[in-house]
Design a protein around this ligand. Structure first.
Ligand SMILES: NC(=O)c1ccc[n+]([C@@H]2O[C@H](COP(=O)([O-])OP(=O)(O)OC[C@H]3O[C@@H](n4cnc5c(N)ncnc54)[C@H](O)[C@@H]3O)[C@@H](O)[C@H]2O)c1
Ligand SMILES: O=C(O)C[C@H](O)C(=O)O
Length: 310
C-alpha cells in the first residue's frame, strides 16, 4: 500500500505522521511545492519510527514521479483561511492549485482513490473529479467526519460522558450551511433529544457550524489540523482495511436527496473500492431543505469555476 499526501503543511504533515504511526501503508510519500519542507518533515517522521514503533517508509519530495502508482492520494495543498475569511474566499486560488495538483497526480497514478481536503471542500472535490476523470466511487472529500467529530466532542463535554458513546451525523456542504442531523444523533443509542433541552442542542449545533472559524480565530494565521488530520486517517483506515464504515463524506450525488451532479456530504459506505454505497436516509422536511440549500451554494460556486475546469 502506497499513500501519497500532497501538501506538507499543517494538515498534510499531521496526517502523514498518523498514517505512518498506524502503519496503514508500507510507503508514505509527502509532496509539497516548497523545496526542503517535505524532505525535512518526512525524514523527521521516519526517525520517530524506533520510538513510535512503526516501520513505515516515509519520504518527502517535490517530484510527482515519486508518487507513481499510489493507491490513495490525500490532497491538502492550498491556502488556509485567516480570521474574517470564509472558506469560499479561498475558491479561485485553491481551485487553480487543486487543478494543477490533480493533473500531476494522474500523470503517475492510473487508478488511485483521491481524498480531497483543500477548501472550499465540496467544490475542490468537484474540481478533482472533473480533472482526474476517476470513477465517482474513487474521489471523495473529507469534512463530514470532522464536523461530526466536533459535534460529538461538544455533546460529550456537555453531558460529561465518553466521546465513544456518541453517534452523530453532520451532512451537507462544509460551510456555514452544513446540516447537523439531530434526529440521528444519540448517546449509547439514546436519542440526544431525550438527554438535552432543545435550547442546548441548538447551541451545540451552532457551535459545530462555526467550529472551523472558532479555531481560526484562536490561531489567527491558519486553520485547524489535529482533528482534520485524524478525520482523514479514519477515512483512510476504512479504505485500507476494507472496513465498510458508514461515514459522512463529500460524494457525488446523482439524484439522492433530490440533488444531482453535486459533491456534498452524505452518509457513505467506505471500503477498499472507495465509496461502495451512498445511503439515502429518511430526513425531516427542514433537514432536506437545508441540505438542498447547502447543495445550491456548492452548485453556484462550481458554475463560477466552469472556465477553470475546462
Ligand atoms: N476539509 C476540511 O475539513 C479541512 C480541514 C482543515 C483544513 N482544510 C484545508 O486544507 C488546506 C490545507 O490546510 P493546512 O492547514 O495544511 O495549510 P498549510 O498552509 O499549513 O499547508 C498547505 C501546504 O500546501 C502547499 N502547497 C501550496 N500550493 C501547492 C502546490 N501547487 N503543490 C503542492 N503543494 C502546495 C503549501 O506549500 C503548504 O505546505 C486548506 O485549504 C484548508 O482550508 C480543510
Ligand atoms: O475552518 C477552516 O477553514 C478549515 C477547516 O475547514 C475546518 O473546518 O477546520
Amino acid at each position: 500500500m502506497k499513500i501519497t499526501v500532497i501538501g506538507a503543511g499543517h494538515v498534510g504533515a499531521t496526517a502523514a505522521h498518523r498514517i505512518a504511526e498506524k502503519q496503514l501503508a508500507n510507503t508514505v510519500v509527502l509532496l509539497d511545492i516548497v523545496e526542503g519542507i517535505p524532505q525535512g518533515k518526512a525524514l523527521d517522521m521516519y526517525e520517530s519510527g524506533p520510538v513510535g514503533l512503526f516501520d513505515t517508509m516515509v519520504f518527502g519530495t517535490n517530484d510527482y514521479s515519486d508518487t507513481a502508482d499510489s493507491d490513495i492520494v490525500l490532497i491538502t495543498a492550498g491556502l488556509a483561511r485567516k480570521p474574517g475569511m470564509s472558506r469560499e474566499d479561498l475558491l479561485m486560488k485553491n481551485a487553480a492549485i487543486v487543478r494543477e495538483v490533480t493533473d500531476q497526480v494522474m500523470q503517475y497514478s492510473k487508478n488511485p482513490i483521491i481524498i480531497m481536503v483543500s477548501n472550499p471542500l465540496d467544490i475542490m472535490t468537484h474540481v478533482g473529479y472533473v480533472r482526474s476523470k476517476l470513477p465517482k466511487e474513487r474521489i471523495l472529500g473529507m469534512a463530514g467526519v470532522l464536523d461530526s467529530a466536533r459535534f460529538r466532542s461538544f455533546i460529550a463535554k456537555e453531558l460529561n460522558v465518553s466521546m465513544q458513546d456518541i453517534n452523530a451525523f453532520v451532512l451537507g456542504g462544509h460551510g456555514d450551511s452544513m446540516v447537523p442531523v439531530v434526529k440521528y444523533t444519540s448517546v449509547a443509542g439514546i436519542p440526544l433529544t431525550e438527554l438535552l433541552p432543545q435550547q442546548t442542542i441548538d447551541q451545540l449545533v451552532e457551535r459545530t457550524r462555526k467550529g472551523g472559524a472558532e479555531i481560526v480565530n484562536y490561531l489567527k494565521d491558519g486553520s485547524a489540523y489535529y482533528a482534520p488530520a485524524a478525520s482523514c486517517v479514519e477515512m483512510i483506515d476504512a479504505i485500507v482495511n476494507d472496513r465498510k464504515r458508514i461515514l459522512p463524506c463529500s460524494a457525488l450525488l446523482e439524484g439522492q436527496y433530490g440533488i444531482d451532479n453535486i459533491f456534498i456530504g452524505a452518509p457513505v459506505k467506505l471500503g477498499k473500492n472507495g465509496i461502495e454505497q451512498i445511503l439515502e436516509i429518511n430526513l425531516d422536511k427542514p433537514e432536506i431543505e437545508a441540505l438542498r440549500k447547502s447543495a445550491a451554494i456548492v452548485e453556484e460556486n462550481c458554475n463560477n469555476l466552469a472556465p477553470l475546469l475546462a
